[in-house]
Design a protein around this ligand. Structure first.
Ligand code: PLP
Length: 368
């Protein structure tokens, strides 16, 4: 059996007629930049998430920049975030010359430990940026309470969690501003780069819309220093074709995750989802003691696996200037040594999940 990690080809074949038709329409119209499909998608994303404004943009990374630029985060401001995430989360903070301040994660959810956030707040702190890692929202009520108490803004990096919920609300409405990524392998991915910013605040929305198109209020009138951050019409058309299927895909993801956990729970540490929230399972990531050995065994059986993420951000070369060192965030360091993502997509069959799970069992020591 040969296992595909994200199986994007299968997904395309499944929705091919709708996707091809949508792309052909754009080719016929040649409305490649900010065509009506972009606005149609934004309206549907707003409906799907419950956010008053959904503003598409060029990537999940640019979505974070747009969110922080709307909040005027700049030189020497501090933004509290997690060290266990993809680089973009902290990279965008540093890109704006602000300072990422890391707070360790919880061992069970892999998300920022809200109980440790207050100790990291200083006079320079402007915002808290939790990440809904692997698809599961962080402890947003606690985080929003802390933010309110200290007059801080909350930006949710929801690159991996579009469609997940927390106490019945979609991930995209949990902070002052939330973002997502439409990178192809994300739960709701397009066929190139893309992202979106969500907010209920009209002023932020207006500013974000301007900044994404060179800060312009109207053509050749530039109110802010902005960026070339538009989302392509063809990519919007692809997401319009995929959106009607997404809720069913989320359910399939949740069923597959349950099946994995049932099969693997006595062998490895399986991912835990808190009872008041749901995950869209951007990754199904287990913790093991003998990761290198297990990956080699899986490879022999044609089962791909990926490490998300091998180096916590405080130990990355690019953040050396922050002065982080080994031992600073012990949970993130421990998890980064043990974590391993298994193949995951909504089209995995029961037999495939069984085969992958058997392969994991054959290659891993019991976690103690
Ligand atoms: C947590 C997180 N933040 C931000 C991003 C950036 O998204 P993009 O790749 O669309 O720029 C990613 C994408 O991998 C991510 O996983």
């Amino acid at each position: 059996m040969k296992i595909d990690f994200a199986n994007l080809q299968y997904q395309y074949r499944l929705y091919k007629d709708e996707i091809d038709q949508r792309i052909q329409d754009i080719l016929n119209k040649s409305n490649y930049i900010m065509g009506e499909e972009v606005y149609e998608l934004e309206s549907k994303l707003s409906e799907f998430t419950g956010a008053r404004h959904a503003i598409t943009c060029s990537s999940g990374t640019d979505a974070l920049l747009l969110a922080m630029m709307a909040l005027d985060i700049q030189l020497d401001d501090e933004v509290i975030t997690t060290p266990f995430t993809f680089i973009s989360t902290a990279e965008t903070i540093a890109f704006l010359k602000a300072k990422p301040v890391f707070v360790d994660i919880e061992e069970d959810s892999f998300n920022i430990d809200a109980t440790k956030i207050e100790a990291a707040i200083t006079e320079k702190t402007k915002a808290i940026m939790p990440v809904s890692l692997f698809g599961q929202p962080a402890d947003m009520e606690d985080i929003n309470d802390i933010a309110r108490k200290h007059n801080l803004k909350v930006i949710v990096d929801g690159a991996q969690s579009f469609g997940s919920t927390y106490k019945g609300k979609k991930d995209s409405v949990l902070g002052d501003i939330a973002t997502t990524s439409f990178f192809p392998a994300k739960p709701f991915g397009c066929y190139g780069d893309g992202g979106a910013v969500f907010t209920n605040n009209n002023d932020y929305a207006e500013k974000i819309k301007m900044i994404r198109i060179h800060g312009q209020s109207k053509r050749y009138h530039h109110e802010y220093v902005g960026m070339g951050g538009r989302f392509d019409t063809i990519q919007a058309a692809i997401l319009l074709a995929k959106l009607p299927h997404y809720t069913a895909e989320i359910s399939k993801r949740q069923k597959i995750a349950l099946q994995y956990s049932e099969l693997l729970k006595d062998r490895v540490i399986t991912p835990q989802i808190k009872s008041d929230r749901t995950s869209v399972w951007a990754q199904y990531s287990v913790r093991v003691k003998n990761r290198g050995e297990l990956q080699a065994k899986l490879k022999e059986r044609d089962v791909p696996s990926v490490v998300h993420y091998p180096i916590p951000l405080h130990l990355q070369e690019c953040f050396r200037f922050l002065g982080g060192k080994s031992g600073d965030y012990v949970v993130a360091e421990k998890v980064s040594k043990e974590i391993l993502s298994l193949p995951f997509n909504p089209f995995l069959s029961c037999e495939e999940v069984e085969y992958i799970s058997e392969s994991v069992k054959a290659g891993s020591a019991i976690y103690r």
